[in-house]
Design a protein around this ligand. Structure first.
Ligand code: MG
Length: 268
């Protein structure tokens, strides 16, 4: 009899250890640079097609990177230079004919937001790339706000902001306190960010491991929590177990499958 009880306990123990308990039962998937990793998007990051694919697949959000040219045109492009030409030091005319991987031109923010507004349920996760000095970054933020207004998207339920520039995060938090603003770098703790009025964190997933108290600290300060760029199932599980609000990934369909399997409600 004792042996049967012991065996049952061992089986139960094994079963429990394989069941991950999640801190939070819901999470939103953010397609990193759009859902680019598919044929329909032509595998082109930050393309209009990648945004459209993210929208059509119904992911919670679609992330994209924005840089500003010397003459104040905002373009959706990840790097600070195009073929060695620094974006902020040259006028838009020098970039307008450049084609990205799927044959599209580099989208201007106008082209991009035109597509963005077609699907009100998809959060536009707008990354402002760091620029050379505070003055240029101030202008960048101003033009960003103007453009969102022009397109009827200056709305915290439609757009949220992320940046590696602490200055940009501070200015956005001050100008648009009702919007989610998440800092991307690892140089500031949630407490330090909260002191500056910044209401969210978007750390690399490894940062939560290095700084074990930062997740709780962010929660204590009422901040939203995102993680980048979580592509492996093992890392996704860790982030979901910790309880992130959003998971930024190049593999949004993989994240969707994992959430289904783990009975986590995918926010849409
Ligand atoms: Mg980005």
């Amino acid at each position: 009899m004792k042996r049967i009880i012991l065996l049952s306990a061992m089986i139960a123990g094994l079963f429990l250890s394989q069941n991950i308990s999640y801190a939070q039962k819901q999470c939103g998937i953010v397609a990193h640079r759009g859902f680019w990793n598919c044929e329909e998007a032509g595998y082109a990051k930050n393309s209009i097609a990648a945004l459209r694919c993210a929208q059509e697949h119904g992911f919670w959000g679609s992330e994209f990177d924005v840089n500003m040219t010397e003459d104040g045109v905002l373009i959706v492009y990840h790097d600070s230079d195009v073929k060695g030409k620094k974006i902020e030091k040259h006028p838009y005319s020098e970039f307008k004919d450049f084609k990205i991987k799927n044959g599209e031109v580099i989208p201007t923010i106008d082209m991009f937001l035109e597509q963005g507004k077609k699907y009100p349920e998809t959060m536009l996760v707008y990354e402002l790339k760091p620029h050379s000095c505070d003055e240029v970054e101030d202008r960048f933020v101003e033009i960003t706000i103007e453009k969102l207004k022009e397109h009827g998207l200056l709305d915290p339920s439609r757009v949220m902001f992320i940046s590696f520039s602490i200055h940009i995060c501070e200015v956005l938090a001050q100008k648009l306190p009702e919007f989610t603003v998440q800092f991307l770098g690892s140089s500031k703790s949630p407490e330090q960010l909260a002191e500056k009025g910044i209401n969210g964190v978007d750390y690399n997933h490894g940062v939560y491991k290095t700084h074990k108290k930062w997740y709780k600290q962010a929660r204590k300060n009422g901040m939203s929590v995102n993680a980048w760029t979580v592509n492996d199932e093992k890392d996704m599980k860790k982030m979901l177990k910790m309880g992130v609000d959003m998971l930024t990934t190049d593999n949004p369909l993989g994240a969707r499958g994992l959430m289904e399997k783990s009975k986590i409600n995918e926010l849409k």
